[in-house]
Structure formats: structure tokens, C-alpha cells
Design a protein around this ligand. Structure first.
Ligand code: GAP
Length: 516
């Protein structure tokens, strides 16, 4: 988006646009909001529903061997011991004794690194001004002493942090903060507590009498709801390996760092699929799902250059392959989706903790085994942010004016079609209403007769409505309307009788599913 030379400006603009046009509001805003919790407004809820629908259809409708379920948010507390979340789902935190503010220790170090990176950027922009046209950034980065020194320092700090995190060496992370003389952004002091582990799960009590109540957790991932239902779905669905179980739903994490809008939330939604395969075939399926998921992302028309795949070199102890699909968010490339080959870790853990056999019987070979699992896991809210990041465009028009347009793939748009009487008189609103009443059983349309036609087009451009049907005086005579396309702003005339089919064809989810 050329109008956003700086990426921070883009995030700021997305947040402002999302609020002004009913996509995302801070939660309980009239009470000043709640950190890292957001509400979706009328357009955001519809956009989110369509992305979820595209994912669900791509998984469940398009794959005969994938079953969709909807497991509860609350699960037996032992689930989270088996999965490892009670013992190991932690972030290192540190408190400043003066401001009483709590921080993620690794993020304090990352922020420090960011400041050095900003210094590098400043050197580059100074040099660019000095050398003008002849400036070669790559050469400058490789040869300028100050930039090289900053780069070396960043490398050293990163390495120290990485090693300390891998060893869970909390005193070393504390020492790193002290050595770098990192101060609290609020109090300005370096008066830190020691670094401690902080479990990210929210807990609550089950039962109406507090004495009897047991501690249970709000699920931190939807995946475990799938693992505990492996046998149920396998038996009742008469599934044959390889087969998948998919679900979408809320997950909760008490994130210490609450920022970056809907990128990192405390209550968010995941779309996860666990694919159960014969041990030894998991790498083939891992490759297959990596390719399939990229196809899904590219199908919605965001350029491939906005995505990249980051293969994990250091793997979790239970995984034998893992990667992130990263997206070029306003904050830079960050994780949007994870694809993990999780071996038989989860099912075996649940076997251990329940004493039940979670095995598949292969009738061809007469053998039973615990299947291996390839998981695809994407955050729905992060996907909404990815769509908004790509879609929000400020355009200069031929007449010199500007328009803000959301170039959302038509099947995902909150409203598919605006029905607009050219003027609010002469029988045009009545004609428009008649058409609206017929169209609304087929698709999501909005009738709008207030303000000038130009203003109404702009309002719908700003929420991403791909088509507008305008009723004018000619419509009264020959039962035709103009159809305007959002991105090109081109208009043509069509018969009112055909309008429903034209709009549903152009905005059908089929158009995306056919690209998979
Ligand atoms: N079952 C595997 C799992 O949960 P994860 O990498 O922790 O893996 C998967 O999470 C996806 O969930 C991430 O790629 C991200 O899109 C989303 N996600 C994780 N934490 C999030 C948060 N705090 N806010 C929004 N989305 C989040």
C-alpha cells in the first residue's frame, strides 16, 4: 500500500479502520477495555465467519476422510497434565519492583534488540539522503563499520538469549537483562525481580459449591479436544487411516505481552486439524499438508510474496518436523499458521494418563498401532489481520480524490452486494426494496438510500462490498440495474431478474474451493 511508507502507520491505520467500520472493537470499551481482548463488530464477525467457513469447507467438505467436530472448551483437568501444558506451557516473566509492571523477560531483550535495529535503519536513511540516487543499501550494510558493529552486537545478544531459553536458564536471562542495563519503560528503573516461569493457562473452578470445586482450565489449544475424541470419531465415523479430525473454536492464553492488536490475544480462535497416519508415512503427509495449506492461503488472492515458510531447526521433543507459515504483517513476517508432525506423543500420553488403548486396528494387516499425527493449526484472528493487512488500500482516483477500499476476496466479504437507489425519491427506493427482498434470501446484501450515491459507494468500498446494484430511472422502465465492481469501479447494465444469480455466482465460496 504505497500510502503507508512506514509499517507502523499501516498497523495504526488498520486498527483505526477496523474500529470506524465495525470490524473490531476493544472489548468492553465503555469500561476502558481489557488488555488483549477484542470484540468483533458487524463486519468483523461476518468476515471472520466467512474465513472460518472457507477453512471448514476446504478441510471437511473437500476431504471425505476429514470429520469436523465441536469439542467443549472445558476438559478434564488431567488432559492438560497429559499434554504437558500444566508443567511446561510457560513464559519467563519479570516484574519491575518500582512500577509493579510485569514483562516477558525475553520480550524485554527483543525490544532492546529492536532499538539497535532502529539505529541501523537511521544510519541507512542518513546515508540514503547523503548519497542520493547512487546509494546501494546492500553494499552499505556490508561495509559500514557502525552498521557492522550493531549487527554483531545483535547476533551476540540473540545467541545468548536463545541458549538461555533453550536451557530454561532463568538466572541467565535475568543476568542478560542486567548486563544490557535494560530499564522499565514505565518507571525507568532497573529494579527487577528474578525471572520466573509463568503458566499461560487460565484456570477456574468447576462446581457450584466452592469447597467441592476442582480447578479446571480454559483450553489453551483446541487440539486436545480432538485427541481425546480420537476413538469416538474413528469408531462412529468408521474412519480408515489416514483420516483427519478438524475443529474450530476458542482458545485462551494468559499472554504477558498484550499488544499488536488481534495478533496476540488472550482469548482467540483456532482452526486445527489433526491427521492420523500410519507410523513411517508421516513425512509424506507432512509435505502434503504443507503444500495444501499454502494453496489455501494463495487461493484468496493475497500475493505469494506475502507468505514465507520457516522450517524449525530446533524441534519440540515430541515433533519430528515442524514449520510456520509466516505472513508479512505490519510488524514484519510473523507466524500465521503452524504445521507440525507430532509423532504419537499426544495419543500415547493420553493412553498413559487414562489407561485406555488409543489404537487403530488395520484390518488389512491385522495389526494395531497408535497412529502418528500431522497437525495444521491456524489462528483465525491472525488470518483476519492478514486479510485486512493485504486488503486495506488507499487509492488516488483520476479526479484527484482519494478512496479507501478493502480489496477482500468477494466470497469472504462481509456484505456481498449493496442495493442502492440512485436517489431517495421517484419510486426508486421502492423498486430497490423489492429487489433487496428477493436478493436477501440468496446472499448478504445491504439496502442504503441515505446520502449521495458517491458517498454510498465509498462506504461500501471501505467495508469491502464487492458489488453494488444501482436502481435508476431507467430501471422503472426496463427492469435493469447497473452493477458496479468494487476494484475496477466499472459499471454495466444487467436485468433485475438475473441480478441474484450474477451476484451469487461471483461471490460463491466455490470460486475459492475450485483453486485448491
Ligand atoms: N495445537 C498447536 C498450537 O496450538 P501454536 O503455535 O501454539 O500451536 C497455533 O498456535 C496458532 O494459533 C498460531 O500459529 C497462531 O496463529 C494462533 N495463536 C497462538 N497464540 C495466539 C494468540 N495469543 N493470539 C492469537 N492467535 C494465536
Amino acid at each position: 500500500m504505497p500510502a503507508h511508507a512506514k509499517k507502523e502507520d499501516l498497523l495504526r491505520d488498520i486498527i483505526a479502520h477496523a474500529k470506524e467500520y465495525g470490524f473490531v472493537f476493544p472489548s468492553s470499551e465503555i469500561y476502558d477495555g481489557l488488555g488483549a481482548v477484542y470484540d468483533y463488530g458487524q463486519n468483523g464477525a461476518a468476515l471472520k465467519m466467512h474465513i472460518r467457513d472457507f477453512w471448514w469447507r476446504a478441510m471437511v467438505q473437500m476431504n471425505e476422510n476429514i470429520a469436523g467436530i465441536d469439542a467443549a472448551i472445558f476438559m478434564h483437568p488431567e488432559t492438560w497434565k497429559a499434554s504437558g501444558h500444566v508443567d511446561a506451557f510457560n513464559d519467563p516473566l519479570v516484574d519491575n519492583k518500582d512500577s509493579k509492571k510485569r514483562y516477558r523477560a525475553d520480550v524485554l531483550v527483543e525490544d532492546y534488540i529492536q532499538k539497535i535495529e532502529t539505529k541501523i535503519e537511521k544510519e541507512i536513511s542518513k546515508a540514503r539522503k547523503r548519497f542520493g540516487e547512487s546509494f546501494d543499501e546492500a553494499v552499505f550494510r556490508e561495509t559500514n563499520n557502525r552498521v557492522l558493529e550493531y549487527g554483531k552486537r545483535i547476533g551476540e545478544i540473540r545467541e545468548r538469549l536463545k541458549e538461555a531459553l533453550e536451557r530454561s536458564d532463568l538466572p541467565e536471562i535475568g543476568k542478560l537483562i542486567a548486563d544490557l542495563e535494560i530499564a522499565c519503560p514505565v518507571s525507568g528503573s532497573r529494579n527487577w525481580t528474578e525471572v520466573r516461569q509463568f503458566n499461560l493457562m487460565f484456570d477456574t473452578k468447576l462446581g457450584s459449591v466452592s469447597d467441592d470445586a476442582g480447578t479446571i482450565y480454559l483450553r489453551p489449544e483446541t487440539a486436545q479436544g480432538i485427541f481425546v475424541n480420537f476413538l469416538n470419531v474413528y469408531k462412529t465415523g468408521r474412519m480408515k487411516v489416514p483420516f483427519g479430525i478438524a475443529q474450530t473454536g476458542k482458545a485462551f492464553r494468559n499472554e504477558i505481552v498484550a499488544r499488536q492488536f488481534i495478533f496476540r490475544m488472550r482469548e482467540f480462535e483456532q482452526m486445527e486439524m489433526q491427521y492420523f497416519v500410519k507410523p513411517g508415512t508421516e513425512m509424506e503427509w507432512y509435505g502434503y499438508w504443507k503444500a495444501q495449506r499454502l494453496k489455501w492461503h494463495h487461493a484468496i488472492g493475497i500475493p505469494e510474496s506475502s507468505y514465507r515458510v520457516h522450517d524449525h531447526i530446533k524441534l519440540a521433543h515430541y515433533a519430528n518436523a515442524a514449520c510456520d507459515i509466516e505472513f508479512d504483517f505490519p510488524m514484519g513476517f510473523k507466524e500465521l499458521e503452524g504445521i507440525h508432525s507430532r509423532t504419537d506423543f499426544d495419543l500415547k500420553q493420553h493412553e498413559k494418563h487414562t489407561g485406555k488403548k488409543l489404537q487403530y486396528f488395520d484390518s488389512d494387516t491385522n495389526e494395531s498401532y497408535v497412529p502418528y499425527v500431522v497437525e495444521t493449526s491456524i489462528g483465525l484472528d491472525r488470518m483476519v489481520l492478514a486479510v485486512l493487512t493485504h486488503a486495506l488500500t488507499r487509492e488516488k482516483l483520476e479526479d484527484g480524490s482519494e478512496r479507501l477500499v478493502l480489496r477482500i476476496a468477494p466470497p469472504l466479504a462481509p456484505v456481498k452486494c449493496a442495493v442502492l437507489p440512485l436517489v431517495n425519491k421517484d419510486g426508486l427506493p421502492e423498486k430497490g426494496r423489492e429487489m433487496m427482498d428477493r436478493l436477501k434470501v440468496d446472499t448478504e446484501c445491504q439496502f442504503d438510500a441515505k446520502d449521495s450515491i458517491g458517498k454510498r459507494y465509498r462506504r461500501h468500498d471501505a467495508i469491502g462490498t464487492p458489488y453494488a446494484l444501482t436502481v435508476d430511472h431507467q430501471s422503472l422502465e426496463d427492469d435493469t440495474v447497473t452493477i458496479r465492481e468494487r476494484d475496477s469501479m466499472q459499471q454495466e447494465r444487467i436485468a433485475i431478474g438475473e441480478a441474484g444469480k450474477v451476484i451469487t455466482d461471483k461471490t460463491s465460496m466455490r470460486n475459492l474451493l475450485e483453486r485448491l
